[in-house]
Design a protein around this ligand. Structure first.
Ligand SMILES: CC(C)(COP(=O)(O)OP(=O)(O)OC[C@H]1O[C@@H](n2cnc3c(N)ncnc32)[C@H](O)[C@@H]1OP(=O)(O)O)[C@@H](O)C(=O)NCCC(=O)NCCS
Length: 374
């Protein structure tokens, strides 16, 4: 395939919107949310502050943050019939399917008319942001034969998720690590899932549909589905000594190494650098530091021998492993974080909307006649 055709069918470098949300400078390896560098936000802000920033355009002051945080926390509980459905399906449903079903269920219970009204979109967006972690935690507990742990309003977004998942309140350092892991993927420009959310929004459909569409797009291994594969690769490698050979064999077979490469970054992904630090910190307190060692060896090998850097998924997988999150939930953690960005992007699309409707170039047969068919 010619490189021009490859770029065209992947819509590379096609601008589909003016945005004030996220700027990515792929050449310099910079990611900026509404004017703030990701490093600054990761060091200083909470996930709630970043969600507010993305959705409403500026960092909240103290009173705005208190109101936003309390509002979000008050929406965490799930309606009884949804809890019963999660329990009924937890043994058989794949996690992504469960999440989409959960959101469709919420939309089925929401009998407000689907009008284009900012307050309605924001209200539904807040509900989705608050309830996605609860759906995931309940699902994981039910499938492991455990009772769900009800959300607590006095905990932050990250701490409450770990509390609902494990039934124990995490220490502050652990909750902070997850908080940062949620900030980093909160938005990332017009990636495939965000594009999907904006396309659905552009038809003036409702925000539940936009987010369900986004989750369907993020599910694939070329997008959000890679992080679980990263951990499974580490587990197959078993020891740091064999890591280099394992990767060489993969490359020789023409396989893609999960967690490497990016469509936009020409240099290292800034989120991956922060996640490497978090992973190292978590590994230094863990019983099984080998996973981090293997990850680091592969990273160096891929950079030096193949010339490809890690992406967000790579060290997310390591960090989530040390945070005790099951590997099939890694892509769901990505969804949990990205909801803020999807909602923000949908709100921006509603505000300055035009139906998104590209074209394809027809390259098929011409001038056939039904009567001449064989
Ligand atoms: C993310 C990804 C889909 C971006 O793909 P893309 O922009 O379409 O890049 P291309 O497929 O054009 O790859 C460019 C070159 O790098 C190579 N490459 C890209 N990612 C690679 C990887 N993870 N392992 C090995 N080689 C890789 C390709 O084989 C290709 O080489 P070639 O030109 O000799 O054929 C791709 O890097 C990938 O599949 N990564 C693994 C899955 C992953 O981590 N996904 C999560 C993304 S956040």
């Amino acid at each position: 395939m010619s490189s021009e055709r490859i770029r065209r069918i992947g819509l590379e470098n096609v601008v589909m919107a003016d945005t004030e949300i996220t700027r990515i400078d792929g050449a310099a390896g910079r990611l900026i949310y509404r004017g703030y560098d990701i490093e600054d936000l990761a060091d200083n802000a909470s996930y709630e502050e970043v969600a507010y920033l993305l959705m409403f355009g500026a960092l909240p002051d103290e009173a705005e943050l208190a109101e936003f945080t309390a509002d979000l926390a008050s929406r965490r509980g799930l309606p009884g019939p949804l809890v019963a459905t999660i329990e009924e399906l937890a043994d058989q449903a794949a996690p992504m399917t469960m999440l989409r079903l959960g959101l469709l269920y919420l939309s089925a219970l929401d009998d407000r008319e689907d009008v284009d009204d900012r307050d309605l979109h924001v209200d539904r967006g807040m509900d989705i942001l608050a309830k996605v972690p609860t759906i995931l935690a309940y699902f994981d507990r039910f499938r492991n034969g455990r009772e769900p742990v009800e959300p607590r309003e006095d905990l932050g977004h990250a701490a409450n998720f770990l509390y609902m998942l494990n039934g124990e309140e995490p220490d502050e350092a652990t909750a902070d690590c997850l908080d940062t892991c949620l900030i980093l993927p909160a938005d990332h420009g017009i990636n495939a899932s965000t594009f999907t959310a904006r396309v659905v929004t552009s038809t003036q459909s409702d925000i539940y549909s936009a987010i369900v569409g986004a989750i369907s797009a993020i599910k694939g291994p070329l997008h959000g589905g890679a992080s679980g594969n990263v951990l499974r690769m580490f587990e197959e490698i078993e020891s740091p000594e064999t890591a280099g050979d394992y990767i060489e064999d993969m490359i020789d077979r023409g396989e893609r190494v999960p967690g490497f490469g990016h469509r936009v970054y020409e240099t290292v992904d800034p989120r991956a650098v922060i996640l490497r630090g978090i992973s190292e910190r978590l590994a230094s307190n863990a019983d099984d530091p080998a996973i981090y060692e293997i990850a680091h060896i592969i990273e160096v090998h891929m950079r030096n021998e193949v010339g490809i850097d890690t992406n967000l998924d790579y060290y997310s997988a390591v960090a989530y492993h040390y945070l005790g999150i099951p590997d099939d939930l890694f892509p769901l953690m990505f969804c949990q974080a990205r909801v803020a960005g999807w909602v923000a992007q949908a709100l921006e699309q509603y505000e300055d909307n035009r139906l998104i409707r590209p074209r394809a170039e027809y390259v098929g047969e011409e001038d056939l006649a039904y009567a001449d068919r064989n």
